[in-house]
Design a protein around this ligand. Sequence first.
Ligand code: ADP
Ligand code: MG
Length: 373
Amino acid sequence: MSAIEFRNICKRYGSQSPLTIKEANLQVQPGEFCVFVGPSGCGKSTLLRMVAGLEDISAGELLIDGQMMNEVPPAQRGVAMVFQSYALYPHMTVEENLGFGLKTLLADKTLIAQKVAKAAEALQLTPLLQRLPKELSGGQRQRVAIGRAIVKEPKVFLFDEPLSNLDAALRVQTRLEIAKLHKSLNQGTKKTSMIYVTHDQVEAMTLADKIVLLHTGELIERHGSIAQVGTPMELYHHPKSLFVAEFIGSPKMNILPAIVHTAGAEAVVFSLAGQSFTAAVDGSHLSVGQAVNIGIRPEHIEVGAGELKSKLSHVEYLGDSSLLYVQIAPELPLLTVKARPDFVASETAVLNLSVARQHVHVFDASGLACQRR
Ligand code: ADP
Ligand code: MG
């Protein structure tokens, strides 16, 4: 049985407004780390708040452990939520903040103290128990907010962009702590799922067992809220659409318009900048002369021996790699190439590029990907 199941969930904020969430169908398994990711405003918080019971569900069914939850009050759902804003009580100490939620659930003071001490220990908050939130750093405050969720021993943790207020170094550190917390909560037979919302694809890739990428804008109306569900590697290697391909991966996948020469079940041959190239994809539904979009990740372009001639426009030296911006034809956008860190060339040098056919993605006119072979 799934820990959480969305059945055709829809959300409309006002009777005249468009759907914010359209036909979301999803299963989160017990113990799974599921990340909702997508651009700002795509409905991630809305979807999470419907699980928590903080937002009404306009249509569809939400199940937790097989039980219908649509009308169940938040406190009885067995979930605990951590917000970006921490939402700590400013006049209470760390200890009081950690124990506050339990006071309404448990009468036994000793038991509360035990649970608070255990959570504080796990999050290295023990020396800070008597401090007020204003005496803590951002990272420490976020740990208290996470601790407050831990003491409730929920079946499901819900995180809404918990790292967004932290600086870059602390974000990486806290990200690791959340990953460790997930592991430690799932060592025994008891399973604790997590649903984690972020707009940051790196956070999604590093934390998730399962990524749920959400559509935005008119794509919601056309295709429903969910763009793709899969492991991080599935989304990276087998994006179902242009939207997914462009969202996952940094630097972004290069997208170039091209014309189909020949198309079959094993390969598509297309012309780009006056030359012919091959993609190892199933193009059996494409026709000759059809306009398509070609996708190539910057890390899959080789510099050196290759038939694609290009003119170097600009180089960014990142230390561990160099990003080259090159022109392959005046009418096409600049191509981003991820090259070795020791790449050296004079500006305006002519480079020969190559791309293995297995690394070329093809998207049809509606933005759907051809299956890779
Ligand atoms: P995300 O968390 O992905 O940034 P949200 O779920 O917060 O997105 O919002 C999704 C859309 O719903 C946005 O267009 C937002 O303006 C709208 N929205 C969110 N909350 C409300 C609300 N309480 N009333 C009306 N519209 C809302
Ligand atoms: Mg949000």
